[in-house]
Ligand binder design. Structure first.
Ligand code: ATP
Ligand code: MG
Ligand code: MG
Length: 546
């Protein structure tokens, strides 16, 4: 095992060494009420990753105890995400709802032990009686109900004889505990609503604190990893499992730091608001921090796994720079994808002294430092397009591209110089008349002409028109809170960009580096032969000298 173990792996390793468990069993327990995001990816990497490292297994468990917000489409999205990240949940997905009958039995057992009671005060009173950090709370008058009364009431709750909120089941722990969570926490509440799996079978639903530890126990989980906010819930976790005097071994809870990323919101509630309000095209909008969003944008699973490994596992919360995630995808794609040419904002160039019909230039897909092979054919002819911003009439200092008196190299092709600028009646440049130097062909240049840069171009006749979607950060503020923090320019659509034909005909890959522009991915949903669409995955760190 690796030398720099994190603290969770240290715990697992020691437990295995001591023989506390014969094998490690973890679980990833999302609530199916939204698409998983990059924070979930961290949890998936921890839970599935640790199980894999120590040859145990990890359950994928839907924590479906809240009937009003859950749905099968979220279950599917969760399965997709785990699979896409390359993890294996075994033969079946687990559901907390499958344990409802067992959980009910455990609750009855607690009541019989005098350790749980049905309370009938309203929420307001309950809050008041709970006390404060500095002041002990008080039990409600209903805490004195006999075991028999509690059993009958709880059964009636289950049978649907009461309305929502009329009664709750509470654990009888300690109303003066310093840890406020221990002040008789709720175990069950009444909710008359349809559950996506159990339908109308149940109208009482277990609370997280009751369902979670027992689901872990039922599944034989050994290590239950959760985020730091649950630190104070750990005492309830232990209390329930110990009070029920369950057959050993039992699981234990350990907390790690939640992932926060700047310029990103991760609350499922807020992400749902973006989807419902149509601020994005859906949960898989390429700007969303969801696994489905990253997948559609063109991120690779490897890049997400690398990111999770780089950020590590800590005991204290901190903010991670979104640039680190961008670095991971760029770093991965740099070693993998073919380089091609795309012109986003075409400016016509006519090479007046080119009198052949056309020639084909054979050019490598990869630079020398990428250990991959392959090349494509690029057509070159009299009429080309270059990027509008690669020509400047009145260049600022340090402008190295084409000007009236500065030649430039066409990448993989020839050096050209500008002879004339054609404008429309409003003064907009519509065309450049140029000359090329026949001896300057890339790879066999004997012209002796020095240029300061090379620019991308496409052959006018052979170029293919594509739609390109340029994404920027969804939020403009570093610590976004609400809709006002959205970046109004997070999506720019270019309908008629031009790419060299190999991008479409050769279909070397779905991901490309459009040289000097960034990394791009053929949109897995909207792309068709008639209407090719590319998503910008991430920009390039370094472009060629401008
Ligand atoms: P949200 O607040 O976004 O709804 P949640 O914690 O309620 O998130 P769950 O579906 O309950 O979401 O989470 C499933 C698992 O993923 C939990 O074990 C949780 O700790 C973990 N998880 C969720 N968000 C993060 C995060 N930002 N960083 C690390 N782990 C996370
Ligand atoms: Mg949760
Ligand atoms: Mg939540």
């Amino acid at each position: 095992m690796n030398e720099n173990k994190d603290f969770l792996r240290t715990i697992v390793e020691e437990d295995l060494k001591k023989g506390k468990y014969s094998e490690v069993v973890t679980r990833f327990p999302p609530e199916p009420n939204g698409f998983p995001h990059i924070g979930h990816a961290k949890s998936i990497c921890i839970n599935f990753g640790i199980a894999k490292d120590y040859k145990g297994y990890c359950n994928l468990r839907m924590d479906d105890t809240n009937p009003t917000t859950e749905d099968t489409k979220y279950v599917e999205a969760l399965k997709d995400a785990v699979e896409w990240l390359g993890f294996d949940w075994g033969n079946s997905v687990y559901y907390t709802s499958d344990y409802f009958p067992k959980l009910y039995e455990y609750a009855v057992k607690l009541i019989k032990m005098g350790k749980a009671y049905v309370d009938s005060i309203d929420e307001e009173q309950m809050k008041e009686l709970r006390g404060t950090v500095t002041q002990a709370g008080q039990r409600s008058e209903y805490a004195n109900r006999t075991i028999q009364e509690n059993l009958e009431l709880f059964e009636k709750m289950k049978n649907g004889e009461f309305k929502d909120g009329e009664h709750v089941l509470r654990a009888k722990i300690d109303m003066s505990a310093a840890n406020m969570k221990l002040r008789d926490p709720l175990l069950y509440r009444i909710r008359h609503s349809h559950h996506f799996r159990t339908g109308n079978t149940w109208c009482i639903y277990p609370m997280y604190d009751f369902a979670h530890c027992l689901s872990d126990y039922i599944e034989g989980i050994t290590h239950s990893f959760c985020t730091l906010e649950f630190e104070n819930n750990r005492e309830i976790y232990d209390w329930i499992l110990d009070t029920l005097e369950l057959e050993p071994p039992r699981p234990y809870q350990y907390e790690f730091a939640r992932l926060s990323v700047n310029y990103t919101v991760m609350s499922k509630r807020k992400l749902l608001e973006l989807v419902n309000g149509k601020y994005v095209s859906g949960w898989d909008d390429p700007r969303m921090p969801t696994i489905a969003g990253y997948k559609r944008r063109g991120y690779t699973p490897e890049s997400i796994l690398n990111f999770c490994e780089q950020i590590g596992i800590a005991k204290a919360n901190s903010m991670v720079d979104v640039a680190q995630l961008e670095f991971c995808i760029r770093d991965d794609l740099n070693q993998k994808v073919p380089r091609v040419m795309c012109v986003l904002d075409p400016l016509k160039v006519t090479i007046e002294n080119y009198d052949k019909d056309m020639e084909i230039i054979e050019a490598s897909y990869y630079p020398h430092d990428v250990p991959k092979e392959g090349s494509r054919k690029i057509p070159f002819s009299k009429e080309l397009y270059i990027e509008r911003e690669d020509f400047c009439e009145n260049p600022p200092k340090g402008y190295y591209r084409l000007t009236l008196d500065q030649p430039v190299r066409l990448r993989h092709g020839y050096i050209i110089s500008c002879k004339e600028v054609i404008k429309d009646k409003d003064g907009n440049i519509t065309e450049i008349k140029a000359h090329y130097y026949p001896e300057s062909k890339s790879g066999s240049d004997t012209s002796g002409i020095k240029v300061k840069s090379a620019i991308q171009w496409v052959c006018a006749k052979e170029a293919k028109k594509v739609e390109v979607r340029l994404y920027d950060r969804l939020y403009k503020s570093e610590a976004p809170e609400n809709l006002e923090d959205l970046n109004p320019n997070s999506l720019k659509i270019i309908k008629d960009a031009l790419v060299e034909p190999a991008v479409i005909d050769d279909k070397k890959d779905e991901r490309f580096q459009f040289e000097r522009q960034g990394y791009f991915y053929a949109d897995p949903i909207d792309y068709s032969d008639e209407h090719p669409v590319f998503n910008k995955i991430v920009s390039l760190k370094d472009s060629w000298a401008k």
